[in-house]
Design a protein around this ligand. Structure first.
Ligand SMILES: Nc1ncnc2c1ncn2[C@@H]1O[C@H](COP(=O)(O)OP(=O)(O)OP(=O)(O)O)[C@@H](O)[C@H]1O
Ligand SMILES: [Mg+2]
Length: 245
């Protein structure tokens, strides 16, 4: 799969590569020979229906599910050879579907967990709070009392506290109002500009077309087409012009 030609490579940053991975639960295999590459400074959107295996793919990258076949690499490091707790330390931030915060802990304590996992200090915390000013005003508040959008911000902020090279986001805008969706998107594009490789899972093309560089389809646990987002945007605008849709 060729790298996108529209952005120069970033020195020192590493490519995320899934090489024909298989994964599943017990004997039920969900993913079959899935290959993907996400370049530094790229947003790759993974689209697929309910049950296609998108969350399973994220969990497989994080080492939370053992691989049945293939390998996951970040640059020269084979992530799939590491124990699961070393994957975040290797530079992979994960924002799971449904947020999974430590709900009884405060905003500050949730961020501290991210900082500790990545060996980062207060400078990183300040940097992340600059991206999410709403969280700065709520540092002492228990995570469970935040609004849905604020919880999504906290889950994202916690992942960014690792100073990740790769960011995995599983349906981050699910159920959020437009202003919150815009705020999360802005942070995602900021991360891209800093050279992070972003893998963004969503269910609807509409939700990703404005931020994606490429769109990869996952169909029944297998690779579907991978299409530059610019092509999809163009097709859509042509369809709108001629069909009035
Ligand atoms: N813990 C589990 N044990 C057994 N099967 C599971 C488990 N989690 C998911 N599955 C199955 O794996 C398949 C893929 O599920 P997955 O959650 O990866 O889909 P998804 O693409 O993320 O869907 P959605 O868009 O609904 O989030 C489904 O058939 C699901 O029932
Ligand atoms: Mg899912």
């Amino acid at each position: 799969m060729p790298m996108p030609p529209f952005r120069p490579p970033i020195w020192g940053a590493a490519m995320l590569r899934l090489d024909r991975i298989g994964a599943g639960y017990g004997r039920a295999q969900v993913l079959h020979e899935v290959s993907l590459e996400v370049a530094p400074g790229e947003i790759l959107c993974l689209l697929g229906r309910n049950g296609a295996g998108k969350t399973t793919l994220m969990r497989a990258i994080m080492g939370l599910l053992p691989l049945m076949a293939g390998a996951v690499r970040l640059g020269d490091v084979t992530l799939s050879d590491l124990p699961p707790h070393d994957v975040p330390r290797a530079g992979v931030g994960y924002v799971p579907q449904g947020r999974r915060l430590f709900s009884g802990l405060s905003v500050a304590q949730n961020l501290d967990i991210g900082l500790m996992a990545g060996g980062q200090g207060m400078a990183m915390r300040e940097d992340v709070l600059d991206l999410f000013p709403r969280l700065r005003d709520r540092l002492g508040q228990a995570a469970q009392t935040l609004s849905g959008g604020e919880q999504q911000m906290l889950a994202t902020a916690r992942a960014l506290c690792l100073n990740p090279q790769v960011l995995l986001l599983d349906e981050p805008t699910e159920g959020l109002q437009p202003s919150m969706i815009a705020a999360i998107r802005e942070v995602i594009t900021t991360m891209r500009a800093r050279g992070v490789a972003v893998l963004l899972v969503e269910q609807r093309l509409d939700a990703v077309l404005s931020v994606a560089d490429r769109v990869a389809f996952l169909e029944d646990g297998k690779n579907g087409p991978v299409i530059p987002a610019a092509t999809l945007r163009e097709v859509r605008s042509i369809a709108a012009r001629y069909l009035g849709v």
